[in-house]
Each structure stands twice: as structure tokens, then as C-alpha cells.
Design a protein around this ligand. Sequence first.
Ligand code: 2E4
Ligand code: SF4
Length: 332
Amino acid sequence: MDGMTATTARKVLLAAPRGYCAGVDRAVIAVEKALEQYGAPVYVRKEIVHNKYVVQTLEKKGAIFVDETAEVPENAIVIFSAHGVAPVVHEEAARRNLATIDATCPLVTKVHKEAVRFAGDDYDILLIGHEGHEEVIGTSGEAPEHITLVDGPEDVKNVQVRDESKVVWLSQTTLSVDETMETVDALKERFPKLISPPSDDICYATQNRQTAVKQMGAAADLVIVVGSKNSSNSVRLVEVALGAGARDAHLVDFAAEIDEAWLEGVSTVGVTSGASVPEILVQGVLEWLAERGFGDVEIVTAAEESITFSLPKELRRDLRAEAASLSDGSKG
Ligand code: 2E4
Ligand code: SF4
């Protein structure tokens, strides 16, 4: 070693898959297409996906983000976000003559349909999810009388049901797989006849991103997850990384948010991104790391993804013409 101190090799483990899932890709393209097809402004109820950069970029192109349809002018076009909406939101939009484009992810719609079906069969539905998250607000709105939210294993003791022999659990699509299984186990202890959803509610993209970060977690001194603070699936990736043995893990929207101090004593950095995160932001993080000696990048692949969804059906019709004919009263 000719008397010099050996420096530990610095490297990056880059998770695959990471970033955009099929539902986010579809929702973002839906806003872009609506802007192209109908011109600005196009209104979007809530953030189309929970990512600051995506929202800022679409705002620059003419999208106006609002909290409620009540803020959208009559006869305008409004897009519903990927997280889904309760039926009352569709009703309110129809009352106000809004032309709607529903960018709800088809895998969220699948959970809505399960809720409607089990409620129709008079089940008590225990919806595992995070209180206040838009997706659970939308799903709960499908059958408010039948659905009880269960926010993690600690919440199980508070659950009340009408008939213990008719209970089913469903979940938000972006939860931690392991924590959800803990919640389900605790629910099963209390309600042994509890039945499970007909297929996984936690979607393929959430699962694959968690599997990838688990694979790199133990080997990483630091994991950087690119994603916004209100992005449930991105926040879960930080938790999963720490649970898998990463010494440290942080969520950042942009490379500029990384703190140089996080790199102290670090030789292996894991990098991944949430399902709502454009790849350009990950590339920014990789460049930032390369400038600090972390230019060697090894991909850690957990799954191949090829799923895509067709665009919302409303983008195949002329919504402006329909809205105009409705407001002329020409439909009666
Ligand atoms: C719709 C459903 O739900 P989360 O907060 O993770 O949403 P985000 O917008 O970050 O990710 C996309 C998405 C959209 C996930 N599930
Ligand atoms: Fe759909 Fe899953 Fe993507 Fe959510 S994370 S938008 S449920 S594919």
C-alpha cells in the first residue's frame, strides 16, 4: 500500500425499478394532452401526482391546480388526479357543468370497485391506509357507511364492526407491504373470519420499488430517495430502506436538498425514487454524487416492468363541444 491510506471505494447502488409507474405516466400525459387539445387553462383538482416538480412544470404549461371543483369556473375542463375521487366529487362537477377528465389510476379504480362490491354485499370494510390521504378519502367515499379506516397496526384495537363474520380488508395502493401485513395479522387476531381482497391492493409499482430498495438497503451507508414529502409511496421507500438496514436514509425533492454532511464516512449510497418522480430529478442526484467522487453506479434490479395504461377515455372525445352544447341547453 506504499504507506498511503487506502480510501474505501465510493459507489452508488441505483434501484430498478424506480420513478414513474404506469398510472403516473398516464395521469401526467393526460394533463399535457388536455392542454394541447383544448388549450390553457385546464384545471386540475389536487396535485395530479404528489410531486413538486411535476406540478410546477404543468403549471408553467397552463394547468391550474385547485383544491376543490367549486374553484373551477362553470363549463371549464377539470382533471381529477391519479389518486381518485369520491362519487360526490363527480356529482358536484356534473352539477357545475364541468367537463371532467378522470386521471384516476386504473389500479385505484380497482380498489374502488372492490369497495362498492363488498358494500353491496353488506360487508364491513376495513380500509388500511393513512388518514387524510386523498386516495383513502376517495375510496372511503364509495361506501362511507361500510368503510372504517385502519391507520396501521396500532389502530387495530380501536376498530368496531357490526358482524364479525362479515368483514373484509382492503388497502391504499401505496403502503408498506410489511407494515400492512402486520396490520392484517393484528386484524385477523381480532376478527378470525376476516377475508382478504380478491387481489393485491398494494400495486405492482409500490411493491417493486420496495423490493428494490430492500435489496440495496443493507449494503448502503446512505439511501437517497427522490420524491416529495406528501408522496406516500416515496416516504415508504425511506422507511423500507431503514428497515432493510441502511444506516441513514433521506427524502429529497431535488439534488440541491442533499446535505453534504450526510456523506461523512459514507462509501456506498443507494439511490431510488418514488412512483411520481421524473427521471430527470434522479439524474440530477447522480450528477451531484458524481461531482463528489460517487461516479461509479451499479444498478440493483428487482423486477422488470412493462405495464402501460391507455389514456382516460374522455381524451378521445371533444369535451369543449360537449360542454358548450350542455350550456346552450341544446340537450334539453
Ligand atoms: C395514485 C395512486 O399515493 P402517493 O402519495 O404515493 O401518490 P404519488 O402521487 O406520490 O404517486 C403516484 C400515485 C398516484 C400513487 N398511487
Ligand atoms: Fe397506479 Fe400504483 Fe402508480 Fe399508484 S403507484 S398510480 S396505484 S400504478
